[in-house]
Design a protein around this ligand. Structure first.
Ligand SMILES: Cc1cc2nc3c(=O)[nH]c(=O)nc-3n(C[C@H](O)[C@H](O)[C@H](O)COP(=O)(O)OP(=O)(O)OC[C@H]3O[C@@H](n4cnc5c(N)ncnc54)[C@H](O)[C@@H]3O)c2cc1C
Length: 456
């Protein structure tokens, strides 16, 4: 029984793919939560992985989960480690199980437009493999180079094409999961676009953050790569108008592949423009149709007060969109740090949420707040705030609390895609609110011994 017994048996199963010391432990002791990175730089990050395990097959994952149950050890699944909420942070009594060696692409059907991959495969690898064959997932979060398929599903992520193609829930068709008992199940015994044979079990694991099961395989829908793309930028009199413009586009059925509205502060810092900026792109397989969509869209945006400023700003965003490391280095050199807050709300509350969070944060002093909206739905929008502040862990929690309090006041969800993690654990009474008991009971039923990481 206990940790030592678990490690001894894990070694019998995995051989030398079990680590209890060395660089690997350092690497897996935090994820990309900005606070964790800051505290680590300051020598204050207190979490340390006790062990890191590298299974190579679903049988090994299942075997480890069974052993963990027998020895009273808890397991934290780890994909790409790009969580920005501390969701993979080591917890008392837990070991880290890396999915990185379950990274194979298993099956691809051009006719059915589905690909089945192991959950540790990085999004980038799957996308490049598909691109070579003329297909795409159209799922590219900014963490494209870091995030795994399983981690993206377990977080409930979104990519830069959400407005056109939906979030990860629209990409996932079926899932294989190792339950906390070690049993291996597929969410559906057959892979079909939809089924009414009982509730949609795969939804239980989307955004479950590794607490209900370990995703080991995923079947994902693909699309042929669009052949025609038209893109451009508009300057706008206000952020509010930008939100209204995209709402209007969606209502008329002019659904862009990408839509992104930057407020005045972000427009200044990212695009050297003094007014808010709207980026749009349309794509498809019929050039006439794409051109028609673009021209109707441009006419509508201009009729609402937007001014077309060409493609250059869109191209600049495309070029910069994965260069977050440069920005982090720059902030670090200036003794500054950052946090990002991703909320979502309905149209009637969106502007109130925007002003509430921005003004609430600005009242704290010593912070710069910028915002963009880049995930649009028929009924509402996500707002993404980037907050730059002087490196100070105390100020950090005031920033987070203020932003989330304002979001609650405005009737927003407290995370659109980053998830709960350690960052939002204390907010679950508010959001999801009452239904947290349902999740807690599901957790208890599936995982009575607490073999997988706690639900909050
Ligand atoms: C620079 C940067 C940009 C980002 N941009 C975006 C963005 O555009 N959109 C977005 O949605 N997110 C973004 N994120 C956040 C992060 O990338 C996503 O949350 C991503 O989905 C996490 O995937 P991962 O494989 O790194 O998961 P990890 O960080 O490894 O894990 C995240 C959570 O999922 C669990 N988990 C991991 N793998 C599995 C599995 N196989 N089975 C069960 N549970 C598992 C973990 O226990 C943890 O709770 C960004 C992060 C960074 C650092």
């Amino acid at each position: 029984m206990g940790f030592e017994g678990f490690i001894a048996e894990a070694r019998r199963l995995l051989g030398d793919r079990v680590y209890v010391e060395g660089d690997i432990i350092d690497r897996y002791s935090r994820d990309w939560w900005p606070l964790a990175i800051l505290l680590e730089k300051m020598g204050l990050w207190g979490f340390r992985a006790k062990a890191v395990l590298f299974p190579e097959s679903v049988e090994e994952v299942s075997g480890l989960v069974r052993l963990a149950g027998e020895h009273g050890v808890c397991i934290i699944p780890y994909g790409g480690g790009s969580s920005v909420t501390g969701a993979t942070s080591p917890r008392e009594g837990c070991v880290i199980l890396s999915l990185s060696r379950l990274n194979r692409i298993l099956e691809f059907s051009e006719e059915d437009l589905i690909v089945t991959v192991e959950a540790g495969a990085l999004l980038r690898e799957v996308e490049l493999w598909l691109n070579e064959r003329g297909y795409t997932l159209r799922y590219t979060p900014q963490s494209f180079d870091l995030a795994s398929v399983g981690g993206s599903i377990a977080t409930g992520g979104v990519g830069q094409y959400t407005t056109g193609y939906g979030g990860i829930e629209d990409v996932v068709v079926n899932l294989e999961v190792v339950l906390p008992t070690g049993e291996v199940v597929w969410a559906r015994s057959v892979t079909t676009p939809r089924s009414a044979m009982g509730p949609d079990i795969k939804s239980l694991f989307i955004a479950s953050e590794g607490s209900l099961g370990i995703i080991t395989k995923a079947t994902l829908r693909v699309i042929p790569r669009p052949e025609y793309v038209l893109k451009g930028a508009f300057e706008l009199p206000s952020f509010q108008l930008g939100l209204r413009v995209v709402r209007e586009l969606l209502l008329r059925g002019f659904k862009p592949a990408i839509a992104r509205v930057s407020d005045d502060r972000e427009a200044l810092l990212r695009f050297d423009r003094s007014r808010p900026v709207l980026l749009l792109s349309y794509e498809g397989w019929d050039s006439d149709l794409v051109s028609l969509l673009w021209s109707r869209t441009a006419r509508l945006v201009e009729s609402m007060g937007g001014v077309y400023v060409g493609e250059e700003l869109f191209d600049r965003w495309l070029d910069q969109r994965f260069k977050y490391l440069d920005e982090m280095k720059l902030l670090d050199s200036l003794n500054l740090w950052f946090e990002t807050i991703d909320i979502a709300t309905t149209w009637s509350k969106a502007y109130k949420a925007y002003t509430g969070v921005r003004e609430g944060l600005e009242r704290l002093g010593n912070v710069v707040v910028m915002c963009h909206a880049s995930h649009f739905y028929l009924t509402g929008v996500a707002l993404y705030f980037t907050i730059v502040y002087e490196k100070n862990p105390e100020l950090y929690w005031r920033i987070v609390d203020t932003a989330l309090e304002q979001a609650v006041r405005a009737g927003a969800t407290l995370s659109h895609h980053h998830g709960i993690g350690l960052l939002r654990a204390k907010w679950v009474d508010v959001d999801p609110g009452q239904s947290r008991v349902v999740l807690e009971r599901v957790k208890k039923a599936l995982d009575p011994r607490g073999v997988l990481k706690p639900i909050w």
